[in-house]
Design a protein around this ligand. Sequence first.
Ligand code: NAD
Length: 348
Amino acid sequence: MSERREITELLGDGIAEELRQSVRAVAESLPGEHAFDTVDLAYENRRKGARLLYDQAAASMRRTGVGIKYPTATIDESPNAVLRKLLKFSVIHRPVTTIPGLRTMFTGKLDLDIVRVATGGTYDDPGQMIGDYAAASLRVVDRKTCEQAAHYAFSIAARDRKSLTSSSKYTIQRVTDGLFEDIVDEVAKEIAFAGQVEHRRELFDALLAKLVMAPERFQVILVLNEYGDFLSDLASGLIGSLGLGASVSLAFNERGRVTVAMFDAIHGTAPDIAGQDKANPTAILRAFAMLLAHLGDSRNANALRRGLFDCLDAGEATPDLGGKLGTKAFTGAVIGRTAERLKEKAKT
Ligand code: NAD
């Protein structure tokens, strides 16, 4: 692929610099040109001129349409929360896939795309006391964000020929969750390609049990904010670690098209191992593979994803996974195995 791609890169704290070097080394090794527009969101820099920096980060991402964000320390403010507001991210997509070679308590195989409405539910209102003996909070289900999430979930299900399960407590939260499920049904009728997607509803509690008992039945799962939060952690636990996951936050235009996509690792800045060549770049490299796929570069995206899994399957890993490789050596191994996958692809 000879196209030039411009990507916004948001620097962070702790292990962020080591992760960035890993992503840059992988990007340089891949066919095609990947140019980075860098905004430094490290705490020292944020402290000096936070508002301006966030505006700069948002402007760059609006221009390039894609960003990779390294972990940032939450000290005075949460950079993720600020960016979510500025860029109006309304949907979070988190793939959770069994990683070959990783020892887990769970023997089933997961290959899930969790699509979560990023705002609303009970999370926008911490609640308030009613007198001294009770507290209440407002639960919001917003039509527009649900439509955006449903459009996106159906589009990835159609693209990847997967089934879609929408899940909520629509029999109990009849108005709020009922509205969510109605919107999913409306979107299924409205968009032409949704007809190709098998769609079913599951009550959220039953979904959790079925996911553990028969994970192969689930492919794309579409949920409201808090359910998505619980589900992502459960699924990450089943594949063996909360720390290996990648995520994308998405903003949409009026027609439901993605305008900005920001990719990141789920873990934080790991200050305890920063600067020691111990950081595991798996999550951020998975995020980078998702970014490449989003840009339409499926050849590099698939090769990188498979190269990463090949390494882990062969026991080439960083110390957090019981391996002996430092961040740099592991990155080198990923580059080698990704190149093998690219060669294999070129031959077929
Ligand atoms: P953390 O995820 O940074 O670390 C938890 C544990 O996991 C630590 O022992 C750490 O060494 C380990 N770990 C995390 N990522 C790793 C990696 N890639 N390789 C190897 N080991 C890894 O969580 P924390 O300690 O609770 O948070 C530290 C800082 O990160 C806080 O300031 C928090 O606000 C911030 N944070 C940022 C983000 C983000 O930017 N998206 C997400 C979560 C936490």
